[in-house]
Design a protein around this ligand. Structure first.
Ligand code: PLP
Length: 368
């Protein structure tokens, strides 16, 4: 654990226990806030001019792109696309790749950002979608996916680590299976990146999507889509200004700029850089699941008890706190009753709490 790198992280309020790291990390890595704040005055809009601030902005973006490529073990950085977050990365990949008549396989482990995108593609764009319903994140899942492969199968979606149970999926076997059948693989690494090493040399996924704000300890507002397979040409989901060739309305595909239309979120990219630098300088051992951090937290909060063993292949343990939910229920009540039907208020006191409780410890000792 990195206990001596708390610079810039405020101490936690006494008695405060944050176990929602799978939703977003708290606090962020040291230096993230400062980098974001500095970016407001240090940079202009990258690629939008030859002046100093724009050039500096461009240099920042390319530097961070290279850091992301290094993180993934990618040979070059030009196929790393910055997006507003994991949801957008996944949508860009799915909507950009799949065409009428293509078949795609997802599993019940996939996040709603994948499943809802696929449902949209099925309903309105004639994409054939199979969602394999399976409970076990082991080789039996690979067999279940294999049974659904058809000649038209273009893509298999894999959630690297489940956002519900924390289980790590058999990514390598699924990639092997897909490639044997001539299909591509999109890995949703939103929950795993930062927790476990993701090296494209070992896990040769065709595309990898993730956001910066979970285990990477970066800010919200920036995500990445790594299009590792150079044969993949996605149709851009959003088109707009790229800063060059503005008179030309022909669809042209230049990676990454054709996918980074509009003004980039430079402060978030600067914050992501600070988070990546923190990782690069950190103790590599601390980059694995640090369940001891959760145990220490629970000892500190003596009214909480960890049941039995929590496997090192999981980061969350649903249910065991379910009987203690009254303590955990949010006190905030939305003034807008419609918000109860939205995610903004999904566990608020407007309706009884039910379902599993997800407990997600952090990897690092930060801010104590
Ligand atoms: C597995 C998985 N995929 C995608 C997402 C979407 O991430 P974001 O909300 O940051 O866009 C999440 C977020 O919880 C996730 O857990």
């Amino acid at each position: 654990m990195i206990s001596d790198m708390n610079g810039g992280v405020p101490p936690r309020p006494k008695g405060f226990l944050y176990l929602d790291h799978a939703a977003t990390a708290w606090p962020k890595a040291p230096g993230v806030g400062a980098a974001m704040s500095d970016a407001l005055t240090a940079y202009g809009s990258p690629g939008r001019g030859g002046h100093r601030l724009s050039t500096l902005g461009g240099q920042l973006v390319e530097r961070v792109r290279q850091r992301v490529a290094n993180l993934l073990g990618m040979a070059g950085s030009d196929r790393v696309v910055f997006t507003p977050g994991a949801t957008y990365s996944l949508a860009f990949a799915l909507q950009g790749l799949l065409k009428r008549g293509d078949h795609v396989i997802a599993t019940s482990f996939d996040h709603s950002s994948v499943l809802r995108s696929l449902e949209q593609l099925r309903r309105y764009h004639g994409v054939l979608v199979t969602v394999v319903r399976h409970n076990a994140a082991d080789d039996t899942l690979v067999d279940a996916v294999a049974a659904d492969i058809r000649p038209q199968t273009r893509l298999i979606c894999v959630n690297h680590a489940s956002n519900v149970t924390g289980a790590i999926l058999p990514c390598s076997a699924l990639i092997e299976l897909a490639h044997r059948q001539g299909a591509h693989v999109l890995v949703d690494a939103s929950q795993s990146i930062g927790h476990v090493t993701f090296d494209l040399a070992e896990l040769p996924a065709d595309m990898v999507a993730f956001g910066g704000h979970k285990a990477l300890l970066g800010p919200a507002g920036v995500g990445c889509l790594a299009i590792a397979n150079p044969d993949i040409r996605l149709t851009p989901t959003v088109t707009g200004g790229t800063g060059y060739d503005s008179g030309n309305l022909d669809p042209h595909l230049v990676t990454p700029s054709s996918y980074e239309v509009g003004t980039l979120n430079v402060p978030a990219i600067a914050g992501l850089e600070a988070a990546l630098v923190f990782r690069e300088h950190g103790n590599p051992r601390a980059q694995q699941f640090a369940l001891t951090a959760l145990r220490e937290d629970c000892i500190w909060h003596s009214h909480l008890r960890l049941p039995g063993a929590i496997g090192a292949d999981r980061v969350v343990q649903p249910r065991w706190l379910a009987s203690r939910t009254s303590k955990c229920r949010p006190r905030w009540r939305s003034p807008n009753p419609n918000a109860c039907r939205s995610s903004l208020c999904s566990t608020c006191s407007h309706r009884p709490w039910h379902g599993p409780l997800r407990l997600c410890p952090r990897q690092f000792r930060l801010g104590r």
